[in-house]
Design a protein around this ligand. Structure first.
Ligand SMILES: C[S@@+](CC[C@H](N)C(=O)[O-])C[C@H]1O[C@@H](n2cnc3c(N)ncnc32)[C@H](O)[C@@H]1O
Ligand SMILES: CC(C)=CCC/C(C)=C/CC/C(C)=C/C(=O)O
Length: 299
């Protein structure tokens, strides 16, 4: 997914989820008392989730770094938000072998929305997120897909000889937790392995309803990695086949033949994880704050 303007105009689900989850976690994030927080966002895309929902929560003196593997996304966000103070966008592959030295250990917070399901090396990405946080501590809020019907649609499309040539590597674009029988447990284990001491992982079952064929097609176009590999003249045919498969999976509501608006239902599972690098210490004494007590299942 490299078309920032397409994504910026068809990311209602992603914005909806990020907004609600940030409202919920705004007071759990451990803001600094001096207001000089530094926050890095992983996979910022076109940048509007970061600027519309994360930035308003931050103290006025805070520094924001939006990152993305796609230089096209970073170029778009840098241009679009060029007037924002204390904000920069830069290219970063969160699954990379070695973090750039100037980023390592420099942040109080790492956030990431709808990105980590794109990263097959989830353990490497989490180890990097841990290393981006300051050595003395910091926290992260990570939100991504464990599963989504889009992945089953991709696998069926790949069997069609019209599309198989463009979709040989389909598994690379399926969430690393999609096949997991216990994604919450698997992700918790990874957080432990990379060194996070306190964490809370939830798998939330959500449903989003797409109103009409055009809305669903636009949302697919904004994120589908296979379209950019095929001539534009084939896009509508691919999207029509996509819709037929969605209908065959009984994810359609309403009957066009009876003059009803078509709706498409997408039941998906979202990982919502909050983790701290180290517990809160004041004068070498572990402090359990009221919000820590509230966190469900905190390790
Ligand atoms: C669905 S968009 C999410 C954008 C934004 N966070 C939001 O919530 O709207 C996913 C973004 O993750 C980026 N991405 C995919 N793999 C990545 C990686 N290994 N490192 C950093 N970003 C990555 C993509 O380029 C894309 O911009
Ligand atoms: C009914 C149905 C199959 C809906 C799928 C809709 C859709 C466009 C899902 C995209 C999921 C995804 C990978 C989002 C993202 O990374 O932003």
């Amino acid at each position: 997914m490299n078309q920032a303007s397409l994504y910026q105009n068809a990311n209602q689900v992603q914005r909806h989820d990020a907004k609600l989850i940030l409202e919920e976690f705004a007071s759990t994030l451990q803001w600094r008392s001096d207001g000089e927080d530094a926050l890095l966002d992983v996979g910022s895309g076109s940048g509007n989730v970061l600027m519309d929902f994360v930035k308003p929560l931050m103290p006025r003196g805070a520094q924001l770094v939006g990152t993305d593997i796609s230089s096209q996304m970073v170029g778009f966000a840098s241009q679009h938000y060029r007037r924002e103070e204390r904000t920069q966008f830069r290219v970063l592959d969160i699954g990379c072998e070695r973090l750039p030295q100037e980023l390592s250990g420099g942040f109080d917070h790492v956030t990431s929305f709808y990105c980590l399901h794109w990263v097959q090396n989830l353990r490497g990405a989490l180890a990097n997120i841990y290393d981006l946080l300051r050595p003395e501590g910091g926290d992260c809020l990570l939100v991504f897909l464990a599963s989504n019907p889009v992945y089953e649609v991709y696998k069926i499309l790949q069997l069609n000889e019209k599309w198989s040539g463009y979709m040989q590597d389909v598994e690379q674009f399926i969430s690393p937790l999609h096949y997991s029988s216990n994604p919450g447990e698997e992700f918790t284990q990874l957080l432990n392995e990379v060194g996070f001491i306190q964490h809370n992982v939830e798998i939330r079952s959500e449903v989003f309803v797409y109103e009409g064929v055009r809305t669903l097609k636009d949302n697919v176009k904004a994120i589908c990695p296979f379209l950019e590999r095929m001539p534009a003249a084939l896009h509508e045919d691919f999207l029509d086949d996509f819709i037929q498969i969605v209908i065959s999976m009984n994810l359609q509501q309403g009957d066009q033949a009876n003059g009803q608006d078509q709706k498409f239902i997408s039941p998906y599972k979202l990982v919502v994880a909050y983790a701290r690098k180290s517990p809160e210490f004041v004068n070498n004494v572990l402090v359990e704050s009221p919000h820590q007590k509230r966190l469900k299942g905190l390790n």
